[in-house]
Design a protein around this ligand. Structure first.
Ligand SMILES: *Cc1c(COP(=O)(O)O)cnc(C)c1O
Length: 228
């Protein structure tokens, strides 16, 4: 079942890409495995998915430890990260998508430095009001955090992430993605180097691909509805 779901998503990615003249190689599918057991993650792994995203620090740590033999799994941290929990994910997460404060960037830099790692990070941007409590909104603050990342040897700022609002109006969703893309272009034009747009979930990933997503984060369409 998980295998069928994954195949289905890859088909949809291909179709969305051909609709807008992109190559599906440009899209990284992240299987969002929050609340999902390690047995079912292995099922997805056997079906060819090697990239997983978690939104709780301890959960990522525990699962990565249990699955440490699967050393080609790539872990992404996608949730709100409290500074006191950076230590749980720093040696596990290849990417942290959700840098939403200078304080958090500073803590990640400190911890990455300790283990001589260059941590890939994305800035989480709040592109609409109703969606999530977290994410940067203030443009000056966005520049401050981006600048800090740029000047930190142990941080590599690779892009921006957002969660679009959960509304039926497709244009509202699309606009959130367009806003994120425009912000990325603006930052690039001002000397920040970044390539990634982490946007699109089960309900909206095809729109996200049309608007330039390079990383899509899909849980429900792969693993089914979550009970919590
Ligand atoms: C849960 C979650 C997802 C996946 O959501 P689905 O709708 O189940 O695909 C994506 N991104 C973040 C940040 C999440 O917390």
């Amino acid at each position: 079942m998980v295998a069928d779901n994954i195949k289905n998503i890859f088909d949809k990615i291909d179709k969305a890409c051909s609709r807008c003249g992109r190559s599906s190689n440009e899209i990284k599918l992240i299987g969002v495995s929050k609340t999902v057991s390690t047995e079912r993650i292995i099922e997805a792994y056997r079906a060819g998915l090697k990239v997983f995203g978690e939104n709780k620090a301890q959960e990522l740590k525990e699962k990565a430890e249990i699955l440490s033999d699967y050393d080609d799994i790539e872990w992404h941290f996608i949730g709100h990260l409290q500074t006191n929990k950076v230590k749980y994910v720093i040696d596990k997460a290849e990417y942290i998508h959700s840098v939403d404060s200078l304080k958090l960037a500073e803590e990640i830099e400190k911890r990455a430095k300790k283990i001589s790692k260059v941590q890939n990070v994305l800035l989480e941007i709040k592109t609409s009001d109703e969606v999530s409590k977290f994410g940067l909104t203030d443009i000056d603050e966005i520049y401050r955090v981006a600048e800090f990342c740029k000047n930190s040897a142990n941080l590599k700022l690779i892009g921006l992430m957002t969660i679009a609002p959960f509304v039926d109006d497709e244009n509202v969703v699309r606009n959130a993605f367009i806003n994120l893309r425009n912000l990325k272009e603006k930052l690039i034009s001002e000397g920040f180097e970044m390539t990634e747009l982490s946007m699109g979930m089960t309900g909206d990933f095809e729109i996200a691909i049309e608007e330039g997503a390079t990383m899509i984060r899909i849980g429900t369409a792969i693993f089914g509805a979550r009970s919590n």
